[in-house]
Design a protein around this ligand. Structure first.
Ligand SMILES: *[C@@H]1O[C@H](CO)[C@@H](O)[C@H](O)[C@H]1NC(C)=O
Ligand SMILES: *[C@@H]1O[C@H](CO)[C@@H](O)[C@H](O)[C@H]1NC(C)=O
Ligand SMILES: *[C@@H]1O[C@H](CO)[C@@H](O)[C@H](O)[C@H]1NC(C)=O
Ligand SMILES: *[C@@H]1O[C@H](CO)[C@@H](O)[C@H](O)[C@H]1NC(C)=O
Length: 575
């Protein structure tokens, strides 16, 4: 229980008194939610400065039991009372009253203000904690008390308007002016944010609301600080969970296998994440093909452009080092007619090869699929020259001999200008190293018969190239079981036509006779020369390039030249 009274200004009473906008901030109760608190605050005129004998609580620090109601108190108070006190006939626990020498108000009203805008009274809660404005005007014995929320203009109608004879209360016409506030068993914080007092309307200073201090809200603050801290902690936990979850998710889907020895191959290594994004998560819409080794997806890498990503399933961890070295070696090869192998990536059980995407697809689609337009002869010859040049580079141009081991129509790619590119180096890479693939050394129909005995050499590549030449010129696969028996085996069939003196019969009918006879003759003979059953009779690739570019004429061969047109005895079902 406390009361605090501050009376400072001594006033010689005059006809008028103005207290403009005593900004009373509102009695802020300790327990905001219940809006209870005590007891209130009052604006006081008192003839005496000494109120030490007065009591707190309902006495407001202004009276005690014996002085209350006594005319000798010489005291006028305008109270903002937040307790309903039956003793003094209070109307409620949220009222404004005019006290003349007594706490039993001569006039009182529930806290409210007249809204000029809405034309009605709006009630206020003194204990809300929101600042209130109080105007106390005394003019010609009429005392007006007007309330309003902080930012409102002064209402046109006062809350209380009462005739008061100040001379009767203060006979010696002298008074002190100030405030008094009290708490009781109920406690509230009571603030005066600003006030202005004058004896004449003209000299009354106005109050700049923007410069008033803000209302301290201790209890609420503590709660909100705690709440903010809790919220921040919660937010951090949620964020950590999200980030952590995302990180784990990324780690799972972008997981790679990386070993220390790969450091030197760093420029050739692609992150799985970049490939995943480039192919939109290996979207089936981008699936280019599905083969024995794995799947090929189309993708787009920034700066690089369109790529083809081939996923090779490979569980062999042994030999991986040589395999990657092989990939990098082939990636370093540079020839205008080789499909650029850009790099690789490793995952558990997977090796991913990244190469440039070839717009035109593989040439076999043009040769054997009737839905694509047939390639004209000049185009075919140009592609044969391209591939001969690329293969020659592999055999002689690189720092060491590279065997392709799998030359065939489906491994010859075309760009948008239908230029030929030799692609698919899987055989070149895997033959010696990938344990999984050792049984596969090429494609049936393109394999020279000596492969199984003496193994791969530049001559076996030449053999396969010879088959490829015949394929491109004749527009059919090397072995076609649907054909009549004499036509099934392409090499034998071309030879047969030659024997009959009509090589033209072997030529792709889709060319509709539009070709240069002597070029076709030369190319077919070159094909037969390259597919000679005796490896030593096959020309090397640099010679093949000479022949096909007509820098050198073909040697004089005939159908009866040994080894020409013979089929491989190792694949009897081809006969
Ligand atoms: C009340 O206050 C007056 C002086 O203001 C003092 O003389 C008197 O003793 C007080 N009475 C009680 C009961 O405190
Ligand atoms: C007090 O209120 C009355 C009634 O609304 C009004 O006529 C009078 O002018 C007011 N006096 C002052 C000083 O505001
Ligand atoms: C508004 O309040 C005043 C003062 O309490 C009262 O005299 C008046 O009748 C009220 N007006 C309305 C519209 O309630
Ligand atoms: C005010 O009170 C004084 C002293 O009691 C008295 O002389 C005077 O006539 C009163 N004035 C009015 C207007 O009632």
């Amino acid at each position: 229980m406390l009361s605090l009274t501050a009376l400072s200004i001594s006033v010689q009473l005059h006809r008028n008194l103005y207290l403009s906008r005593l900004i009373s901030c509102a009695l802020l109760s300790l327990s905001q939610e219940l809006m209870v608190g005590g007891h209130g605050i009052a604006f006081v005129l008192s003839s005496s400065m000494n109120l030490t004998q007065a009591d707190p609580s309902q006495y407001f620090g202004l009276f005690n039991i014996s002085t209350n109601g006594s005319p000798s108190s010489h005291l006028l108070a305008i109270e903002l009372d937040t307790v309903k006190n039956a003793e003094f006939k209070d109307i409620d626990k949220n009222h404004v009253g005019i006290d003349e020498n007594s706490l039993q108000s001569v006039d009182s009203a529930s806290a409210s203000y007249y809204s000029d805008k809405e034309g009605k009274n709006i009630s206020l809660r003194i204990l809300s904690g929101d600042p209130l404005q109080v105007w106390i005007d005394y003019e010609n014995t009429l005392l007006n008390v007007t309330l309003a929320p902080l930012r409102n203009l002064k209402p046109s109608k006062p809350l209380l308007s009462r005739t008061i004879n100040l001379t009767a209360i203060f006979p010696d016409r002298k008074t002190f002016v100030g405030f008094s506030a009290a708490t009781g068993s109920l406690v509230s914080y009571q603030y005066i944010l600003g006030w202005s007092f004058s004896r004449s309307r003209v000299s009354l200073q106005s109050i700049d609301i923007s410069k008033l201090p803000t209302v301290p809200r201790p209890t609420k603050r503590k709660i909100s600080y705690l709440l903010i801290v809790l919220l921040v902690i919660l937010a951090l936990i949620v964020m950590a969970a999200v980030v952590g979850g995302y990180y784990l998710y990324r780690r799972k889907i972008y997981a790679e296998v990386k070993e220390p020895w790969e450091k030197e191959y760093h420029p050739f290594r692609y992150s799985y994440e970049s490939l995943y994004k480039a192919t939109r998560g290996f979207n089936k819409k981008g699936l280019l093909g599905k083969g024995f080794f794995g799947e090929v997806y189309k993708g787009t890498l920034p700066l690089v452009g369109d790529i083809a990503v081939e996923i090779l399933l490979n569980d062999a961890t042994q030999g991986m080092k040589q395999l990657v070295a092989e990939v990098v070696k082939i990636g370093s090869l540079q020839h205008k007619n080789l499909v650029p192998l850009l790099g690789y990536c490793r995952r558990k059980g997977e090796l991913l090869l990244v190469s440039k995407y070839m717009e035109g697809g593989s040439i076999d689609q043009y040769l054997f699929n009737s839905d694509k337009p047939p390639l004209p002869w000049s185009q075919r010859l140009a592609i044969l020259k391209d591939i001969a040049s690329a293969l020659c580079y592999l055999h002689t141009g690189a720092s060491q001999v590279v065997l392709h081991r799998d030359i065939k129509a489906s491994n010859v790619m075309l760009d948008e200008n239908l230029q030929g590119f030799l692609g698919d180096f899987r055989m070149a890479m895997f033959d010696d190293h990938g344990a999984t693939f050792t049984s596969v050394v090429g494609t049936i129909g393109y394999m020279a018969f000596e492969l199984t005995s003496t193994g791969a050499s530049t001559r076996t590549d030449v053999y396969a190239f010879g088959v490829f030449i015949l394929e491109v010129t004749c527009g059919r696969r090397p072995f076609d079981p649907e054909m009549p028996i004499e036509k099934r085996h392409l090499v034998k069939w071309v030879c047969e036509c030659w024997r009959k003196g009509s090589l033209v019969d072997a030529i792709d009918t889709r060319l509709r006779g539009k070709f240069i006879q002597e070029e076709v003759d030369m190319v077919l003979k070159l094909g037969l020369l390259c597919t000679n059953i005796y490896p030593e009779f096959r020309p090397s690739m640099d010679i093949v390039v000479q022949y096909i570019n007509k820098h050198q004429t073909l040697p004089d061969i005939s159908v009866d030249t040994p080894g020409i047109g013979d089929s491989t005895p190792y694949f009897p079902h081809f006969r």
